[in-house]
Design a protein around this ligand. Structure first.
Ligand SMILES: Nc1ncnc2c1ncn2[C@@H]1O[C@H](COP(=O)(O)OP(=O)(O)OP(=O)(O)O)[C@@H](O)[C@H]1O
Length: 371
């Protein structure tokens, strides 16, 4: 994790206790004190007002208020401080873990969302994760690379979008709900993609990613094609991915396929940021009773076996399907719901895992266009 620039203007007498108090405050996602995590960027004092600057390497805007209140309460025990004025910012690093992959202009980090098995809710998770990262203060794009069933245009309510090419080389992307979206679905005619061979599909998808006019993005979420075959493997080696999220349902067959997904990313040395268990349980709308139609704790077991975090569990719920199918996923249509809160928590965990697993920055090597 890159330490933010520090501008400390307190006397030594005051600096030491202030830093001690701030470092005793553990960030729940980085699991380090604020000072050790490199988040404290500025300290100054005017009279008895402490000016504190915090810079997070992951997006957590919805937590700012609680953090400021907690930190202010702790700092107020010092006689020299009556008041705290806190400025908080979010600055992710620019990095990829794929050597040799061509950097995507304007894109800092790429998150691949994958599932071993189709139909487990990978696209629903991708789109809600992208919207949740945006809700936490990040600039986000989503790339629908699911050549077998591109559903992001429908889920984001942009299915009528037709990309344009202002310079004859690059393509425009759609925008809605505050995020930018590109989809292989905008380019396909009928079932054309179903007959693509692995390298051909991976080549077309890599081209789509590199030729899209992305605005400045902190994160580009890629909704990968389901499965762990050639396309997924090639894509993972050609795109400058920073980390992967695995989506599964708790049933045995999906879990077995999710394990294949984890193994694939391990093989190409892409950090698996964690597992999302979708359709984890069903909650009765009238009595609140929880049932586990696909079995229970599968995601937790797989996370434990592969030593990766369980990022969150989403219920099988009508409103999740309706939101996605109607172009307004839960994070934007029902921001106060438990599901939206779970997706935002997953987004914070994903951002923090990326920050923790950052190993290098700014890889920028071009790749041959032989496909
Ligand atoms: N937690 C959930 N509760 C209810 N419905 C859900 C949930 N997650 C996904 N769905 C619904 O299940 C269907 C499949 O979801 P989705 O398209 O996200 O799966 P996928 O894994 O991307 O599928 P594919 O492999 O075909 O691309 C969609 O109709 C979606 O709305």
């Amino acid at each position: 994790m890159s330490a933010s620039q520090q501008d400390y203007r307190l006397s030594d007498d005051l600096l030491a206790p202030v830093l001690a108090i701030l470092d005793a405050y553990q960030d729940p996602y980085l699991q380090k004190g604020l000072v050790s995590a490199g988040c404290v960027s500025k300290l100054d004092i005017e009279g008895k007002q402490l000016k504190l600057g915090l810079v997070y390497p992951y997006p957590c805007q919805t937590q700012y208020r609680d953090t400021v209140m907690a930190v202010t309460k702790k700092l107020a025990v010092l006689d020299a401080i009556d008041e705290v004025e806190c400025e908080i910012d979010f600055q992710p690093a620019n990095f990829s873990v794929v050597p040799g992959a061509q950097a995507i202009p304007n894109v800092k980090q790429v998150i691949a969302v994958a599932s071993g098995k189709g139909g487990v809710g990978k696209s629903t998770t991708s789109v809600n994760l992208a919207l949740a990262l945006a809700a936490e203060g990040a600039k986000v794009g989503i790339l629908d690379a699911d050549i077998y069933g591109p559903s992001i245009p429908l889920m984001l309510g942009v299915s009528k979008f037709v990309p344009e090419s202002p310079d004859g080389k690059h393509m425009t992307a759609a925008t809605n709900h505050g995020i930018t979206a590109q989809s292989i679905g905008f380019m396909l005619i009928d079932d054309e993609a179903a007959v693509w061979r692995g390298p051909m599909a991976a080549g077309a998808l890599t081209q789509l990613i590199n030729e899209t006019l992305w605005p400045e993005l902190d994160y580009l979420v890629i909704d990968m094609p389901p499965g762990t075959g050639d396309i997924q493997l090639t894509l993972s080696q050609k795109v400058p991915v920073s980390g992967a999220v695995i989506v599964t349902t708790p049933q045995d067959i999906a879990l077995a396929d999710a394990q294949k997904g984890i193994s694939m990313f391990n093989k190409v040395k892409i950090p698996v940021l964690g597992v999302v268990e979708n359709m984890s349980y069903h909650e009765c709308q009238s009595c609140g009773h929880k049932e586990h139609p696909f079995g229970s704790d599968g995601g937790a077991k797989i996370a434990e076996r592969y030593q990766v975090p369980l990022l969150g569990a989403l219920p099988l719920k009508l409103s999740i399907r309706e939101g996605a199918d109607n172009g307004a996923p839960s994070v934007v249509s029902q921001p106060e719901s438990n599901e939206a809160a779970t997706y935002r928590e997953i987004a914070r965990k994903v951002g923090a895992q990326l920050a923790l697993s950052e190993v290098q920055s700014g890889v920028s090597i071009s790749v041959s266009e032989d496909e």
